[in-house]
Design a protein around this ligand. Structure first.
Ligand SMILES: [Zn+2]
Length: 216
């Protein structure tokens, strides 16, 4: 797997500090489980953080499941490199507890022509939403902007927009200024994991009209 699109440094730092909303932490944890480069960067940030805070008295906190899984992944970077090379089915390890090991067994719900989704339950849904989205081969999503950040991890197939082509393991880490129209791979289509903060802003009147029914 050759990963060319990574989360930006601010996202890695927020993840390292444990301050990322759960939906985004789940996307980060999944990407990190697939990406040795970000795993190393995160480990470095955490070592710096530990050095800064080692004199503080530790308190026990309950972490959301994806974050707990991510911490477990960071436990031993070298050992994980070997173990994480094997991803059972095509679901990253941090997501398996929530959706199982196989994308084909996800209970997809059709939300429009050539588009299906599966919403993943969160402990705190007030800070973002997490969903799997499946797009049929060659299908374009309506052009949209965002009312908050959006972070997308490709799990199968690929999509392309004006910023490039995104393949399995790649992350599109977008802020609210970006407008884009992703088009799924003409042969494989695309399955991705998307964290969003706020609703999408569709440009076309038709897409806005059906938005209440699709949940996007
Ligand atoms: Zn990465």
């Amino acid at each position: 797997m050759k990963i060319t699109h990574h989360p930006d440094a601010a996202s890695l730092m927020s993840c390292s500090a444990g301050s990322m909303p759960e939906a985004f932490a789940a996307v980060m944890a999944s990407h990190i489980s697939m990406c040795p480069s970000c795993r190393r960067d995160l480990a470095t940030m955490e070592h710096i953080g530990t050095a800064l805070f080692e004199k503080l008295v530790p308190v026990s906190v309950s972490r959301p499941a994806p974050v707990a899984a991510m911490r477990a992944l960071e436990a031993d970077v070298d050992e994980q490199d070997a173990r994480l090379a094997v991803i059972a089915g095509d679901v990253p390890q941090p997501l398996m507890a929530a959706i199982g090991a196989h994308l084909d067994k996800v209970p997809w719900k059709r939300v429009g022509p050539g588009v299906w989704q599966h919403q993943i339950a969160l402990n705190d849904p007030s800070r973002g939403e997490l969903r799997l989205v499946k797009v049929a081969p060659g299908q374009a999503l309506p052009e949209h902007g965002h009312r908050g950040n959006e972070m997308t991890l490709i799990l199968r197939g690929s999509y392309a927009d004006a910023s490039g082509t995104y393949k399995p393991g790649d992350v599109a880490d977008l802020d609210e200024d970006v407008e884009h129209q992703p088009i799924a791979d003409p042969v494989e289509g695309c399955i991705c994991l998307i964290a969003v903060q706020g609703r999408l802003r569709f440009k076309s009147a038709m897409a806005r009209l059906v938005q209440p029914f699709t949940g996007f």
